[in-house]
Design a protein around this ligand. Structure first.
Ligand SMILES: [Zn+2]
Length: 244
């Protein structure tokens, strides 16, 4: 293996370690984020229940006012009733009073219903507040347990990134650009080892990345030239393990 291909193999090894560390960090971050998302969802729900409760309270106040005004009206009509001069006047007032009382009974019924709704919403608010407090405690636990691990992973990622940059610096820019492009397509796995099978010539070759068979020309060229050759199928950069 020439200096270019062996530098690429070294870079690939660092790149895979980095990908692995980033994945481990993502798992930790996700645990924290998932718990936070749960809390956000309950908080949104709480806000909606609170808004509903506020609206119901407003309705309850409106009904109270309506009822009071209507009762005052009834009181006034009763005074008029006592001083009615004709039977007709008396009958008309009585009809008005009865009609108003029937309306008031309806308003009272709705008022009672609204008060029951407010009570139920109050209960929901208490329950949601307790739930949010409990989930908040869990979030603290998840954050605390993840904090050290995340800090450790961050340090490892920073150290390895320095190594990666150092290793990448040894590779000509054009070759590095090819490596980076393929690495980004395959989670850091830019290289594939050429797999050799068969006991004697002619051997058959396949790509260790995508398992498609490879032309013997690739293997022969890799043995004699220190240059980038890519799998025809997956485009990974090929290398041969010469000890095999
Ligand atoms: Zn391939």
């Amino acid at each position: 293996m020439g200096p270019l291909i062996s530098a690429l193999v070294q870079l690939q090894s660092i790149e895979l370690d980095l990908t692995n560390l980033r994945r481990r960090k993502r798992v930790k971050d996700n645990a924290v984020n998932a718990q936070q998302a749960k809390i956000n969802q309950h908080t949104e729900q709480l806000e909606s229940v609170r808004a509903n409760s506020m609206e119901r309270r407003k309705r309850s106040d409106e009904l109270d006012l309506d009822l009071r005004a209507s009762e005052e009206h009834v009181e006034k009509l009763r005074v008029d009733l006592n001083s009615a001069k004709t039977n007709k006047e008396y009958a008309t007032l009585l009809t008005q009073i009865n009609s108003l009382r029937a309306d008031n009974a309806k308003v009272e019924d709705e008022g009672l219903k609204v008060i029951a709704e407010i009570e139920a919403l109050k209960q929901q608010i208490t329950e949601l507040e307790a739930l949010i407090a409990e989930e908040g405690k869990k979030l603290t636990i998840v954050q605390d347990s993840s904090k050290d691990e995340i800090a450790k992973l961050d340090t490892m990622i920073a150290d390895l990134t320095v190594k990666r940059d150092d290793s990448a610096g040894k590779i000509p820019p054009k070759s590095l650009a090819i490596f980076d492009r393929i690495a980004s397509n395959y989670d850091g796995e830019a290289m594939a080892q050429v797999e050799v099978s068969g006991r004697k010539q002619p051997y058959s070759y396949s790509c260790g990345g995508c398992y498609m068979s490879l032309n013997a020309e690739h293997a022969n060229a890799l043995k004699s030239h220190d240059a980038i050759r890519q799998c025809d199928n997956c485009k990974r950069i090929l290398y041969m393990d010469e000890t095999a």
